[in-house]
Design a protein around this ligand. Structure first.
Ligand SMILES: [Zn+2]
Length: 424
């Protein structure tokens, strides 16, 4: 049945500008947008079909392109370390706890509830090596009605014994999850997830690549985040010509849809390889600040035609809000601009497009209100921020910079209104 939502509609068909419809209508049928207009009759609809959100803003929902669900407890702690000591002292001990299903359920429910709070309806998620709690995480996303690609993490070197598994165990666990969840177009799907090169032997990387090819499953991992990590990869994968090439050799770099977090130091051959193979960058600006990794050159990536999305990278990042990630992405680009004023900093429409339509492309037709797109949306009641007749674009900008979950009144994923997921 066709439904129509009325509000001030803002979205980005192109990255250079917003589409703004004051008192606009978005018509939705079978979970997808079928039309958007300020003229109801042009949509073939009448007033009875309309849900009126009044003076609220209606925008596409957020997508988090890189986040570690089992690090949720560690959000906002150990922010004074670099990547490798942070992993050893905080992250690995926390992830080990996910052998315990009761603990996993408590934390994973809270994680999903909080994604919901901040209007994030789709995410690319790292779980842990544990198959049972990874399955639970997938079930909980499905129960919530929210979209996710969830990865059982593969790792077997440079990690504590409690977080290591054999190649056979990795294959067995993934095969089970793939058999249960790998339906094309499903809202919750598996994604092949080698943690990163330092954590995986060549045999493990090869097995991951083979699995992705056999079942045509996407891949996620980390790339060129930190200089000491890149130096380590050079010693571990001596034949590879760059970090990205180390993935490429094992079929983990665009042979199936691939997203790589960070890419702070990506340039030259690695950048060319990403472009050629269509590998997407998950830009995680807060994480890059917190772990002292550096400033990812997003303007360069966009000029080169790379695909880019935004990620919170909890708990390297401390902030789950993708709205706030837009702010940080602009700030990072302004730091680049300080050094090179030929390189223009990112605009609001560009970061909004990164968070919605560009990120959403990894899930299919997601992140816009153009006809054919899945209706993933949030309704924002910003009256407490709109105290002096701001323009619609300034209202959106103020919400992005100043707002939080209190202003989000409704959330939709694939056309369904998503109610608050239960926590225990
Ligand atoms: Zn990460």
């Amino acid at each position: 049945m066709k439904k129509v939502y009325k509000a001030h509609v803002l979205y980005t068909k192109e990255r250079s500008r917003f589409e703004v419809l004051e008192n606009g209508y978005v018509a939705v049928e079978d979970g997808r947008v079928v039309g958007v207009s300020t003229d109801l009759s042009s949509l073939g609809c009448d007033e009875q079909m309309v849900t009126d959100f009044g003076d609220c803003l209606l925008i596409p929902a957020m997508n988090d392109m890189h986040v570690h669900a089992p690090q949720y407890r560690n959000q906002g702690i150990a922010m004074d370390l670099e990547l490798l000591p942070w992993l050893e002292n905080y992250t690995f001990p926390e992830e080990m706890k996910y052998a315990d299903m009761a603990y996993a359920e408590r934390m994973y429910r809270r994680f999903i509830r909080d994604l919901w709070r901040f209007g994030t309806m789709r995410a690319c998620v790292f779980a842990t090596i544990h198959t049972d709690s990874t399955r639970l995480l997938m079930q909980l996303f499905q129960e919530a009605g929210m979209g996710a690609m969830v990865g059982k993490v593969a790792m077997n070197r440079n990690c504590p014994p409690g977080l290591s598994e054999t190649v056979e165990e990795m294959l067995e666990g993934n095969e089970a999850l793939i058999a249960e969840y790998n339906q094309p177009d499903a809202l919750v799907r598996p994604i092949i997830t080698p943690r990163f090169v330092p954590s995986c032997t060549p045999e493990m990387l090869q097995a991951c690549g083979d699995l992705a090819a056999r079942y045509q499953i996407p891949v996620q991992s980390h790339l060129s985040e930190n200089l000491s990590e890149i130096a380590l990869v050079q010693t571990l994968e001596k034949d590879s010509t760059c970090y990205g090439d180390a993935y490429n050799r094992y079929g983990l770099f665009g042979q199936t849809p691939t997203i790589m977090a960070h890419c702070v130091w990506t340039a030259g051959e690695e950048l060319e390889l990403m472009k050629k193979n269509g590998v997407m960058v998950a830009h995680c600006p807060t994480s890059n600040f917190n772990i002292a990794s550096g400033l990812a050159p997003i303007r360069t990536f966009l000029e080169e035609g790379l695909k880019v999305g935004l990620g919170s990278d909890i708990s390297g990042g401390h902030d789950l809000s993708i709205f706030r990630m837009m702010v940080y992405a602009i700030q990072v680009s302004k730091m680049h601009y300080q050094k090179n004023q030929d390189r223009k900093f990112l605009t609001l429409s560009e970061v909004f497009w990164l968070a919605t339509k560009s990120s959403g492309s990894f899930f299919g037709k997601v992140g816009s209100f153009e006809p054919g797109y899945e209706f993933d949306a949030v309704v924002i009641d910003d009256h407490d921020l709109n105290h002096d007749n701001y323009s619609l674009l300034h209202r959106l900008e103020r919400y992005i910079y100043l707002g939080d979950d209190r202003q989000i009144k409704h959330r939709f994923c694939q056309g369904q209104e998503i109610k608050e997921p239960k926590i225990i």
